[in-house]
Design a protein around this ligand. Structure first.
Ligand code: HEM
Length: 144
């Protein structure tokens, strides 16, 4: 007897392929650890608060949703508008590259599936490019 496939099969398998909530949390931990320690990430680390805990928590909810997991971000933060939330920060190409270096390191440390890691890296690169908002490292949009 042939049965119809279960409808509950995820429409976006990235969340499950990565390993669910625990894996997303590990990725975010590794990402901010990289940002905290890499010399090439000092400028973007300085854009963040000293205490990264609240930022980590938000990124976990965002990435869970973005990867096809539970929709935890939108109900609390509203529909994602990443260009808008990054507007207060001067994000140039080196900032984008530093962010990607941190994410690449985090994926290498926490994602055992190399093919998945490569897919995610390509997807992150598109978002990182989309939040670039200045050509110049000397443009400071924040109040300080
Ligand atoms: C390209 C370089 C990037 C820089 C320099 C950057 C920097 C920042 C900074 C300084 C914040 C504020 C943190 C806080 O308020 O605690 C932030 C928030 C955030 N970033 Fe980025 N970011 C970059 C790229 C990305 C990318 C590629 C993604 C997603 C894949 C992302 C997702 C987020 C999210 C979800 C938030 C929180 C938004 C909210 O408050 O609801 N960022 N980012």
């Amino acid at each position: 007897m042939t049965e119809a496939p279960a409808i509950a099969v995820s429409t976006n398998p990235h969340y499950q392929r990565l390993g669910g909530q625990a894996a997303v949390a590990q990725l975010v931990e590794a990402f901010y650890r990289a940002m905290d320690t890499r010399v090439d990430a000092q400028a973007i680390r300085a854009m963040h608060e000293h205490d990264l805990a609240p930022t980590k928590a938000v990124l976990v909810t965002y990435l869970s949703e973005w990867l096809g997991g539970p929709r935890d971000y939108t109900p609390t933060r509203g529909a994602p508008r990443l260009r808008r939330v990054h507007q207060p920060f001067a994000i140039d190409a080196p900032a984008r590259d530093a962010w990607m270096a941190c994410m690449r390191q985090a994926l290498a440390e926490t994602c055992e599936d190399a093919a998945l890691g490569a897919e995610l890296e390509a997807a992150f690169a598109k978002v990182a490019q989309a939040v670039v908002n200045t050509d110049s490292p000397f443009t400071h949009r924040s109040a300080s």
